[in-house]
Write a protein that binds this ligand. Structure first.
Ligand SMILES: [Fe+2]
Ligand SMILES: [Fe+2]
Length: 393
């Protein structure tokens, strides 16, 4: 089964590859951050090193061990030998999930929306799509404009290039659903601007994105690097790892009632990608911990979880003022807390919501298309026929 915690089965290898203080165990007490990059000497501007590395010194071979996730000085145009072979594995596996929204039959969804959904179910469906489609544009911009350019190893950038494409594909998928169902696009695409509970989640993400979306950002500055790590951690662990993961579940709840199955299948393809996005982002953050002796302020981390929980709670109460069959706002919020604990454990942080229960035990199964027992071990050709997938419910 595809696991959110370790989708490529790297857990054991990860421990071997990244031993030491920085591995997963992000310190919870504030300490002075010290750059440990050997390539950047104290008092020596990083920019000057880059210039020399790209001129006379560029004729020297690149040694994989000299690569760094950020602030590296090796030639970013040289892919191999890999310093981070796991990143290449993410890229290879991402390329096994091929589909377009046109592959999936939406005919029954049109019937369901018009004749079978209750007003409460329509409210859920429309607002979930309105939130997700805005969020995926944000996701594309964050990786493509704010994160990818900071990476100084090409194997990391190449996976993120694929991720940028996938976020665009997800945006197309939502648009295809919205258009096929016949929703008013001008109205749906403006909901994040007029519905405070959707807008708040977008604004939180915008604020954290914009703090690192600056041409003059200098990651050799400890405060800037700290801020970048906090931003990327939020993006991978909360925005993708909790909000997206949880964001699909109301549609899956409809699917479990035999409703909107085409849309749900579309979301399952998206969810496969998001499993990898989340795991990759967390892995990159941990690698930055390992290479830079970073210690984050536990109050900032607590504030991140609390802010995210509050926004998710307001959102849940808006989309589910009353429960629909098999799903309630309480389920949604509890599942957020449960998922947040998982993301914190993956990062080596304390669980923010101890005791949160797995309110939707069926959700993990949704990361796996039911046709395949093990998605990543089946043949590529099987992923290219999304329309042929069948559902048991
Ligand atoms: Fe996405
Ligand atoms: Fe994503």
């Amino acid at each position: 089964m595809l696991s959110w915690d370790d989708p490529l089965g790297f857990n054991s290898g990860e421990q071997k590859q990244q031993p030491g203080a920085g591995d997963a165990a992000a310190p919870t007490n504030p300490v002075v951050i010290e750059q440990t990059l050997e390539a950047v000497q104290p008092g020596e501007p990083a920019a000057e090193k880059v210039v020399s590395a790209n001129s006379a010194a560029s004729m020297e071979p690149v040694h994989a061990e000299d690569k760094r996730v950020v602030n590296g000085l090796t030639d970013v145009n040289q892919l191999a030998p890999f310093k981070y072979p796991w990143a290449w594995e993410f890229f290879l596996n991402a390329n096994k999930n091929h589909w377009t929204p046109l592959d999936i039959n939406m005919t029954q969804d049109v019937q369901d929306y018009q004749h079978r959904l209750t007003p409460e179910q329509r409210h859920v469906y429309e607002n979930v799509l309105a939130y997700l489609t805005t969020s995926d544009v944000l996701a594309m911009r964050n990786i493509g404009l704010a994160v990818m350019e900071k990476m100084t190893a090409p194997e990391l950038q190449i996976y993120q290039a694929r991720q940028v494409y996938e976020e665009a594909l997800h945006t197309w998928t939502y648009q295809h659903c919205i258009e096929t169902i016949g929703l008013d696009q001008g109205e749906i695409y403006n909901r994040y601007r007029v519905v405070p509970e959707i807008n708040h989640k977008i604004q939180i993400t915008n604020r954290r994105l914009h703090s690192i979306l600056r041409a003059d950002i200098d990651l050799t500055n400890r405060d800037e690097l700290n801020n970048f790590v906090m931003s990327y951690m939020f993006f991978a662990a909360v925005f993708e790892g909790c909000w997206f993961y949880n964001g699909f579940s109301p549609i899956f709840a409809l699917q479990r009632q035999g409703l909107m199955k085409g849309t749900a299948e579309q979301l399952q393809y998206i969810m496969r990608d998001e499993v990898l996005h989340c795991a990759f982002g967390i892995r990159v953050v941990k690698q930055i911990f390992a290479e830079n002796s970073i210690a984050l302020d536990p109050r900032e981390i607590r504030q991140m979880w609390d802010e995210s929980e509050a926004a998710e709670t307001d959102y849940a109460r808006y989309i589910l003022p009353t429960p629909i069959i098999g799903y309630s706002a309480e389920n949604h919020v509890e599942q957020f807390r449960h998922t947040a604990n998982r993301r914190a454990r993956q990062l080596g942080l304390e669980e923010p919501f101890p005791g949160a229960r797995n309110a939707l035990p069926w959700l993990d199964e949704q990361a796996n298309l039911r046709k395949e027992k093990n998605f990543f071990e089946t043949r590529v050709t099987e992923y290219q026929t999304g329309g042929a997938l069948s559902w048991d419910y």
